[in-house]
Design a binder for this molecule. Structure first.
Ligand code: KIV
Ligand code: ZN
Length: 387
């Protein structure tokens, strides 16, 4: 089993979400929690982009120990110089530099020939190597590039000293089998690929970021990039908590070992949502408020008999103290009896059929029946019985 490196870019690509701006203090608070969670790499920002970002990366590099601290740059010497300056006090610094490699980006955005792009990429990696030993190269829009050209540029940047090669699906365009095949192609066609770690970087435009990331891991990628709660440009980045729990659930399927403390996932999600002001949808996998709730009678009955019937993950594994049974008009007698017992009403005290009938009448008027409603219901039925 190889180690799966977790690269968190909540503070860089996540902050690129529309409407999010984080100050240095907020970024530091998130970075501290990411270390508690046990991520391997924290991408702290893009130092050349603004004085604020420069200051945040500098502060995180100085204060945060126990993870690689990474800064993003374009394949431009002055960006790389700024990044090196920002990372000067980091215990484990990494410069993440790169350039776009798809025909549309090279022709229309960069206005460079493929040869000029290779030249700029190699020069950027060599320049970054003057400052740090750990240099990651990103091939922007790799999923829409010519695979043979992608293989060639990766070979050249690894030769120049890149230790990690990032294969972004910048616009969230590919499917899991296409992305998996691309990674597999690179493992076979980049001669020196064993000298570098292959990294995934997926966007969620078609809702496939997590699936694409996992397909790439299965095909040989050993680093995954993403954000907490999946925040990021447009439809966001890969949600790291989803990848972590998918790998945690079936490690042998992917052939990798996960080093994070999964019990910190819920706290990390809450912190990122609170600080960024981006709410987590209630149905969001792993960290949504309903992710471990059971509402229908059949499901509630199953879970009460044996959790594994409808639960693939024990909620405590991600730091949620217990699963909740929501009592509603769809709940059965078994769920009601179970909750009443938890509230101190033993079945000998009441007639199940009478209480259940009244419970259903109440539940028809409300979405959810709370404990206070049950106490009131029990008082009412007791009075009625006594009269
Ligand atoms: O989506 C992307 O291609 C990126 C790179 C800059 C790494 O965020
Ligand atoms: Zn991105």
């Amino acid at each position: 089993m190889r180690k799966l490196y977790i690269f968190d870019t909540t503070l860089r690509d996540g902050e690129q979400s529309l409407g999010i701006t984080l100050n240095t203090h907020e970024k530091l608070e998130i970075a501290r929690q990411l270390v508690r969670l046990g991520v391997d790499v924290i991408e702290a920002g893009f130092p050349a982009s603004s004085p604020g970002d420069m200051n945040s990366v500098k502060t995180i590099a100085r204060e945060i120990k126990g993870a690689v601290i990474c800064g993003l740059t374009r394949a431009v010497a002055k960006d790389i110089d700024a990044c090196a300056e920002a990372l000067r006090d980091a215990e484990q610094p990494r410069i993440h530099t790169g350039i776009a490699v798809s025909p549309v980006h090279m022709e229309k955005k960069l206005r460079l020939s493929p040869e000029q792009v290779v030249e700029a990429a190699v020069a950027a990696v060599k320049h970054a190597k003057k400052y740090v030993s750990d240099v990651e190269f990103y091939a922007e829009d790799a999923s829409r590039s010519e695979p043979a050209f992608l293989a060639k540029i990766l070979e050249k940047v690894i030769e120049a000293g890149a230790t990690v090669v990032n294969i972004p699906d910048t616009v969230g365009y590919v499917t899991p089998w296409q992305y998996g095949e691309l990674i597999s192609f690179l493992t076979k066609n980049v001669k020196n690929i064993d000298s570098a770690i292959i990294s995934t970087h997926c966007h969620n435009d078609l809702g496939m970021a997590t699936a694409n990331t996992l397909a790439a891991v299965k095909a040989g990628a050993s680093q995954v990039e993403g954000t907490i709660n999946g925040i990021g440009e447009r439809a966001g980045n890969t949600a790291l908590e989803e990848v972590m729990m998918a790998v945690y659930s079936q490690p042998s399927l992917y052939g990798v070992e996960l080093g994070v403390k999964t019990k910190e996932i819920a706290a990390t999600s809450r912190l990122v949502s609170g600080i960024t002001g981006v709410p987590v949808p209630s149905h969001k996998a792993i960290v949504g408020a309903n992710a471990f709730m059971h509402a229908s009678g059949i499901h509630q009955d199953g879970v009460l008999k044996e959790k594994r019937t409808y639960e693939i993950i024990d909620p405590e594994t991600v730091g949620i103290l217990r699963n909740k049974i929501v009592l509603s008009a769809r709940s059965g007698r078994h769920a009601l009896k179970h909750r009443l017992e938890e509230l101190g009403y033993s079945p000998e005290q009441y007639d199940v059929e009478t209480v259940y009938k009244e419970f259903l009448q109440l539940a028809d008027q409300k979405k959810e029946v709370f404990d206070e409603d049950l106490h009131a219901l029990m008082g009412y039925t007791e009075k009625e019985r006594n009269s």
